[in-house]
Design a binder for this molecule. Structure first.
Ligand code: XBP
Ligand code: MG
Length: 259
């Protein structure tokens, strides 16, 4: 019996999956934006974790303003402030990336290289912006990073952000394969819901903010792509080398459960 089902494409989430961008990237950059606007606001690690239930940085700001007495009362003024803060945050984020504050999670580069060598098409499916993806991947993979991805669908390319399935529906449509033939790699409940609702199989690499989150629906859940222990179900592939992480063969075994 054939127990392998090779994915037709790999779809990468960005924040939390490719890199731990939230706690030390976006959060710190939001705080820099608050300071630049002389606002007495500070998102500590725990508060930002709670705010991650709201996807989209601007949407997150608007949500938080609901409990801030210093926020403008008028919706238009709130909107304008959120836009300004979000733009400042994105500049500060790009600067942090340029300063080397954010690196790819362990195991990511190996799987990217393996997929590339195998000729497996890859795409990006994220809530963050094209500019933030370009900053992160340009720094991590080099100026020609975009050549490694057949599609890159971001927050500004969809009407509704994760957990809405639109980002995955668009990405898979652009890739030209069947929804159930692609495989997504995610870290958050919203991302897993988006993939599942689109009919795209998904595995989860736990990130710091979603270490214990409910990610039911995922084919496999584990602590990172660099390690073969701690995965549920255990990676069924053979692995290569003592320090081997998750490889394409493991993905193909997990995908076989979707037949
Ligand atoms: C995570 C998000 C984003 C980021 C911030 O995206 O929800 O909103 O927190 O980025 P994903 P923006 O996990 O899908 O990559 O400020 O650009 O929204
Ligand atoms: Mg994510």
């Amino acid at each position: 019996m054939n127990t392998l089902r090779w994915p037709a494409a790999l779809l990468w989430d960005v924040d939390g999956t490719l890199a731990e961008t939230e706690r030390d990237g976006h959060r710190v950059a939001f705080n820099e934006a608050f300071a630049a606007m002389r606002l007495p606001w500070h998102w500590d690690v725990a508060h930002y974790g709670a705010l991650l239930a709201v996807t989209g940085g601007r949407e997150r700001l608007l949500h938080d303003m609901q409990s801030r007495p210093e926020a403008p009362a008028q919706p238009e003024a709130r909107d304008a402030l959120a836009r300004m803060l979000h733009a400042l945050k994105n500049s500060a984020y790009a600067q942090r990336v340029a300063d080397g504050a954010l690196v790819l999670r362990p195991g990511v580069l190996n799987l990217l290289r393996a997929a590339r060598q195998a000729g497996l098409p890859m795409g990006i499916a994220t809530t963050t912006s094209q500019a933030n993806v370009a900053a992160l991947l340009g720094a991590a993979l080099g100026a020609d990073w975009r050549a490694g991805f057949a599609v890159c669908v971001c927050g500004e390319d969809v009407h509704a952000k994760k957990p809405d399935p639109e980002v995955y529906l668009r990405a898979v449509q652009a890739l030209g394969c069947a929804l159930g033939a692609a495989l997504a790699i995610e870290d958050s409940p919203a991302g897993v819901q988006a993939a599942c609702q689109a009919g795209v199989p998904v595995i989860v690499t736990r990130s710091v903010y979603f270490a214990d989150a409910d990610v039911r629906g995922a084919l496999a859940v584990g602590p990172g792509l660099h390690i073969r222990t701690g995965w549920e179900p255990a990676p069924p592939g053979t692995g290569t080398g003592l320090d081997a992480g998750i490889g394409l063969e493991d993905l193909a075994h997990w995908m076989a459960a979707t037949r």
